[in-house]
Design a protein around this ligand. Structure first.
Ligand code: MEV
Length: 314
C-alpha cells in the first residue's frame, strides 16, 4: 500500500505572545520531543477517511463538522491542487498535549498538509513557506486572529523571529549562539487560545493606550532577546523572561497555577521563567543550566506540575 508520512514539532513562544497579534516582534522555537505525525495511505473505498486514534475518532471527510480542523486542512490541499481527493486514509497521531500552549493544532495542520502534498507529488506545495501559509488558514479555526507565529515555527522547525505585518509577515529563522536549556512544565490546566486571545482583544478595545504600551514593551523585550540569543547571553535572557512575564500578568493572561510554578523555578535556581503561549493555564518555561536542571525539575514536580520535560533549543 502506498503511503506517505510527515511530522511537525510542538512549539514554545520564548518571547512576545499576545503582543505579536498586534504587530510586535516575537520569538518562538520548536520543541522536537513532542510531535504530530500524519500518515496518508491509499485505500479502496471512495472518499477520504480521517482517523485520530489517540482521540478515538474516525469519520469521513463528507461527514466532518463545519469547523473540523483536519477536514479544513484536507479541503485547503484540494483547493491548492485543484483536485478532489478520494480513496485515501489520513491518520493523525500526536504526542503534543492539546490546549496547553505547545501548538498542537498548528503542528497537526502542518504535518497533514506536508504529508498530503507530498503524497500527491506536489513538492512545490510541500515547502516550508507553502505549508506555513496553508496551516495559517487552519489556525483561523482555533482562533479568529492568529498572528501566524505558531504555524510558522512548526513549519520551519527552527527558532524564528516573527513580526505580523502586511503585505507579508517578517519571518527570520535565526541561529542561536549557545544551546538554551529549558524546562517545560504543564500546569495541567487546559486553556483555549481562542478565549484568551479574545479576552485580551476586549481589554485592548476598552483600554487601547494602556494595552498598546504593554505590547510595545513586550516587543522591545523580544528585540533585546534576539540580540541576547545571538550573543549566547543566558543571564540577560533569564532577566528578559522575567520581565516579559510581568507584562503578561498585567495583561491578565497568567494564572495562580502558572505563577506558582514560575516562582518555584526561580527559587530553585532558574535564570528566568515565564508562561508560554496563550496562558491562563497550559505550560510555563524555565531557563536553566545543565547544573540546575535536575533540582529545578524536582522542585517543579514537588510544586504540583502535571508534567515536566527538558528541551534544548539550538
Ligand atoms: C499562541 O501560541 C500565541 C498567541 O500570541 C496567539 C497568536 O500569536 O496567534 C497567544
Amino acid at each position: 500500500m502506498e503511503q506517505t508520512q510527515a511530522s511537525a514539532p510542538g512549539k514554545i513562544i520564548l518571547f512576545g505572545e499576545h503582543a505579536v497579534v498586534y504587530g510586535q516582534p516575537a520569538i518562538a522555537a520548536p520543541v522536537t520531543q513532542v510531535r504530530a505525525t500524519v500518515t496518508i495511505a491509499n485505500s479502496e473505498p471512495a472518499g477520504v477517511r480521517l482517523i485520530a486514534p489517540d482521540l478515538g475518532k474516525a469519520y469521513w471527510l463528507t461527514e466532518a463538522q463545519e469547523h473540523d480542523p483536519l477536514a479544513r486542512a484536507v479541503r485547503l490541499v484540494e483547493e491548492a491542487t485543484g483536485s478532489t481527493l478520494s480513496q485515501m486514509t489520513v491518520t493523525v497521531r500526536s504526542t503534543i498535549p492539546i490546549a496547553s500552549g505547545l501548538g498542537s493544532g498548528a503542528a497537526t495542520a502542518a504535518a497533514l498538509i506536508r504529508a498530503l502534498t507530498r503524497h500527491l507529488s506536489r513538492q512545490d506545495l510541500a515547502s516550508d513557506e507553502q505549508v506555513c501559509a496553508l496551516a495559517y488558514e487552519v489556525e483561523k479555526i482555533h482562533h479568529g486572529t492568529p498572528s501566524g507565529i505558531d504555524n510558522t515555527v512548526v513549519a520551519y522547525e527552527q527558532p524564528v523571529y516573527f513580526v505580523r505585518q502586511e503585505p507579508k509577515n517578517l519571518i527570520e529563522p535565526f541561529a542561536i549562539a549557545a544551546p538554551l536549556h529549558l524546562l517545560i512544565a504543564d500546569t495541567g490546566v487546559r486553556s483555549a487560545t481562542r478565549h484568551v486571545v479574545g479576552d485580551v482583544r476586549r481589554q485592548w478595545q476598552a483600554e487601547r493606550a494602556r494595552f498598546e504600551e504593554m505590547f510595545a514593551a513586550c516587543g522591545r523585550i523580544a528585540q533585546a532577546a534576539r540580540t541576547a540569543l545571538e550573543a549566547g547571553d543566558v543571564m540577560e535572557l533569564g532577566a528578559l523572561m522575567d520581565e516579559n512575564q510581568q507584562w503578561l500578568e498585567a495583561m491578565t493572561v497568567s494564572s495562580a497555577e502558572l505563577e506558582k510554578l514560575i516562582a518555584t523555578a526561580r527559587t530553585a535556581g532558574a535564570l528566568g521563567a515565564k508562561l508560554s503561549g496563550a496562558g491562563r493555564g497550559g505550560n510555563m518555561i524555565a531557563l536553566v543550566t545543565p547544573e540546575t536542571q535536575t533540582s529545578v525539575r524536582q522542585a517543579l514536580i514537588k510544586a504540583g506540575a502535571f508534567d515536566v520535560f527538558a528541551s534544548t533549543v539550538e
